[in-house]
Structures are given as structure tokens and as C-alpha cells.
Ligand binder design. Structure first.
Ligand code: FO1
Length: 319
């Protein structure tokens, strides 16, 4: 499969699970990941890139598997001292995790590209699958609520996704420059997999970088998305609430609406089998299979099936 090129668009916990599935599959050498950077934010003067760190920690087997983010075997001495100093500590940052943020902040100050910092952190953790960034510029998802705009982490962590989402803005996206690495990877892709990540704030934030969505549409790749919803609910995170507040239905149709300009196929769980005819009516190929990923074997099996399905359907379309 050396001539096969696969790209995974990934954000959040769902993205990390799909990345682990590909990394454990026979397709790992064919895969590059493009990770979401729009959840990034500064805390205690340090630059934090949660979705990228979640990808690195997951692929490096350093992730706290209970939480789905942060490091395993973590301690919180520094955070406890910051709390004693009267600082806000609603964003839980462990001691090992803080080393990542100190390192990233230091290299950013030296002018090192975020893409290169990501590579060095990935190397430190023995991550084999390359993680590319859609841009090296700062893009930050903002969430509009009745009490005003919140950063994504304020909405997701401090407010526990409780406020109704009235709008989303990808601050900085309009002037962000797509990285050549991401554009080239997309252009050369045979298969592009959209992870079961939040279509609005994880995948949407990648697509909001000028040139990225257009590159996907022009790539000729077979684009297949794994629905982040099972029976209209997410496993983790606010995708269902966000779809609803953006006027999209909280089911496979809503996911389709987010990706309709470039999607060839949607992977839905067995419980959502009844959505298949509507999706096929829109010209999509539909793979109905269990999409809940818990063990590494679940992840490997699902991503293997997804790639095999995509290659088979692509073959038929070419024939
Ligand atoms: N999520 C939480 O729900 N609470 C936290 O305190 C928290 C801290 C945190 C620190 C580093 C990191 O990389 C991720 C962290 N997350 C936390 C998860 C994070 O908010 C989300 O993973 C993404 O931003 C959305 O997927």
C-alpha cells in the first residue's frame, strides 16, 4: 500500500481515537493527520494547543485514558500553588503537561513554526504518524452566548457547555495562511477521512482556513466522514448541542449538511441504519457499522473497515 495516501482531519477526543485506529492499522504508513488548532488558548502566560496535544499524547500512549485529555500518571503541584497564589485554575494543567506548554511557548517566542514545534513534541513521544497543522497562524474558535462571546475553553471547560450556543466565530481564520504541508497532503490524497470530531468547532475550524476546503473539493480524493453522533447524541463533547444551535439537525443529516460540498460517504452506527436511504438519496455511499470506539482493537477495526470501504467504493466510481 506504499502508493496509497490517506489524510485524517481530526480534532478532540473523537479525532484522537480515529488517529489511534489508523496508527494501529495496516494503513499507518500511508496516513498523515491534519489536526485542529482553533481550541488553542493562553493560560498562565503559556500557549496551549489542546487538540494537538491530545493527538500526540494519544498516539504516544501518554494520554489520560479516563479523561481523554492530559497526561497519565500526572501530578498537580504547580497548579495547586497557582491556586494558592489566587490564580484561576479551572483549566486543569498537570505538571508534565505544563512542560509541554512551557516548551511550546518558548519555541514560539523564538519564532519556531507551530508545525515544527508539533513535530518536535511528537518525536519526543515517539509518534510515528505525521501530524500536520492547517495553519501556523493563530485561529481561535469563539462561542457566542446570551452573556456574550466566550473562548472555546471558557465555553467547554469553565461553563461545561451549558450556555446555549447562538453563534460561532473562527477568530483570525480569514487572514490565516494554510500551510503548504497541509495543502500538498490534501492534493495528493487518495482518501480523506473526517474523524468523528465536532463538525462545527473541530472540523469546521480546519475547513475555515482559506484554501483548505477548496483543496479538498479539488483533490479528487474519496472523502469519507465518520459521524460523531450515535442516535443523535455525541459520545463526548457538545457537537449535538452545537449542531442544534446552528440550525442543523442533530443526526446524520446534520453532519451531511456540514460537509455536503465535498463528501462522498458517511459512516453511521447500526442504530442509525434508518438514515441510510436519505443519505444515499443525496448521492452518498453509506457504511453502516458499529462506530463506538473504546479499545484499541475497536479503533483499529473501524478505521480499517472505513479505509477498505472507501477504496472499494472509489474503485467502483473509477470503473
Ligand atoms: N477538558 C476539560 O473538560 N477540563 C479541563 O480542565 C481540561 C484541561 C485540558 C488541559 C490540556 C488539554 O490539552 C486539554 C484539556 N481539556 C480539558 C480538554 C480540552 O478542553 C478539549 O480537549 C478540547 O479543547 C476540545 O476537544
Amino acid at each position: 500500500m506504499s502508493d496509497l495516501t490517506i489524510t485524517l482531519l481530526a480534532g478532540g477526543v473523537g479525532g484522537a481515537k480515529a488517529a489511534e485506529g489508523l496508527a494501529a492499522s495496516a494503513y499507518s504508513d500511508a496516513t498523515h493527520i491534519i489536526g485542529n488548532i482553533a481550541d488553542d488558548e493562553e493560560f498562565h502566560g503559556l500557549w496551549i494547543s489542546p487538540d494537538i496535544d491530545t493527538l500526540i499524547y494519544s498516539l504516544g500512549d501518554q494520554i489520560d485514558r479516563e479523561r481523554g485529555w492530559g497526561r497519565k500518571n500526572e501530578s498537580y503541584q504547580v497548579l495547586n500553588e497557582l491556586k494558592a497564589l489566587g490564580q484561576e485554575t479551572w483549566m486543569t494543567l498537570g505538571d508534565l503537561d505544563l512542560a509541554t506548554h512551557i516548551y511550546r511557548t518558548e519555541l514560539r517566542k523564538q519564532g519556531v513554526r507551530a508545525s515544527h514545534i508539533t513535530q518536535r513534541l511528537a518525536n519526543r513521544h515517539g509518534v510515528q504518524v505525521p501530524i500536520l497543522l492547517p495553519t501556523d497562524d493563530v485561529v481561535q474558535t469563539q462561542v457566542r452566548t446570551a452573556s456574550g462571546w466566550l473562548s472555546f475553553q471558557e465555553y467547554f471547560v469553565r461553563e461545561h457547555c451549558e450556555p446555549k450556543v447562538l453563534g460561532i466565530d473562527y477568530k483570525g481564520a480569514k487572514i490565516a495562511r494554510a500551510t503548504s504541508e497541509a495543502l500538498n497532503q490534501i492534493a495528493n490524497s487518495d482518501v480523506i477521512i473526517v474523524a468523528p470530531s465536532n463538525p462545527i468547532v473541530s472540523i469546521g475550524a480546519i475547513l475555515a482556513i482559506p484554501g483548505i476546503q477548496e483543496a479538498i473539493e479539488k483533490s479528487g480524493a474519496y472523502v469519507i466522514a465518520i459521524s460523531p453522533l450515535i442516535a443523535g447524541k455525541t459520545i463526548k463533547g457538545p457537537a449535538d448541542k452545537m449542531l442544534e444551535s446552528m440550525g442543523k439537525s442533530t443526526d446524520s443529516k446534520g453532519v451531511y449538511q456540514c460537509y455536503s460540498s465535498f463528501l462522498n460517504a458517511l459512516v453511521i452506527d447500526d442504530v442509525d441504519r434508518s438514515d441510510a436511504p436519505w443519505l444515499e438519496g443525496k448521492g452518498l455511499d453509506v457504511l453502516v457499522t458499529p462506530t463506538f470506539m473504546s479499545s484499541t482493537e475497536d479503533k483499529r477495526a473501524l478505521l480499517t473497515d472505513v479505509v477498505a470501504f472507501a477504496l472499494a467504493q472509489r474503485q467502483q466510481r473509477v470503473a
